[in-house]
Design a protein around this ligand. Structure first.
Ligand SMILES: [Cu+2]
Length: 179
């Protein structure tokens, strides 16, 4: 019984993740320049964007080894002009892509997004069924219980660095996320 349930879960995760990865290449080609620009900002930009903070960053490891993981968090600001999150870097992940899950006619799909806006009183929430950051090529050193450095780059070049907790993905959580 147990192995059947696990196999079903694995199959579900793989299907969802395959769909996710299948969508990635096309926007990637055009978005590569933008991503590079985000990764190499003005050297004079402050390391911590003024008035911007990241709440509860959590990395969920994949249920299947080698599959993508996911990063959830909320990014907010307490003053100043609206901001745009342009890129996310996670230590120990080869690639971190911002995605948005959408449900239309009962079908959930996800697409890469290049920019997510937030402003005072309107934080951007990265959570199951919504925006999330997909993590590809996760190193074996990224394990449950560890803290991993995560850097958020804004469109203006400002950055915010913090540490994310690493957790195993819960079976139900994994299902919900991809249903
Ligand atoms: Cu995704």
């Amino acid at each position: 019984m147990r192995s059947t349930a696990l196999a079903a879960l694995a199959a579900t995760s793989l299907l969802a993740l395959a769909a996710c990865g299948g969508n990635a290449p096309a926007p990637d080609a055009s978005g590569a320049a933008a991503a590079d620009a985000g990764a190499a900002p003005d050297a004079n930009a402050p390391d911590n964007a003024p008035h911007v903070s990241v709440i509860d960053p959590v990395i969920k490891l994949p249920a299947v080894a080698g599959a993508p993981g996911v990063l959830y968090f909320t990014i907010q600001q307490d003053a100043g002009k609206p901001n745009t999150l342009a890129a996310v870097h996670v230590d120990g992940a080869e690639r971190a892509e911002m995605h948005e899950s959408k449900t239309e006619n009962g079908v959930t799909s996800m697409e890469p997004v290049k920019a997510v806006e937030f402003s005072e009183g309107k934080p951007a929430e990265f959570k199951a069924g919504s925006y999330h950051v997909m993590l590809f090529g996760i190193a074996s050193t990224v394990k449950a219980g560890k803290d991993v450095e995560v850097t958020f780059t804004l469109a203006n070049g400002d950055k915010v660095s913090t540490f994310a907790k690493v957790e195993e993905i819960g079976a139900m959580e994994g299902m919900m996320d991809h249903m």
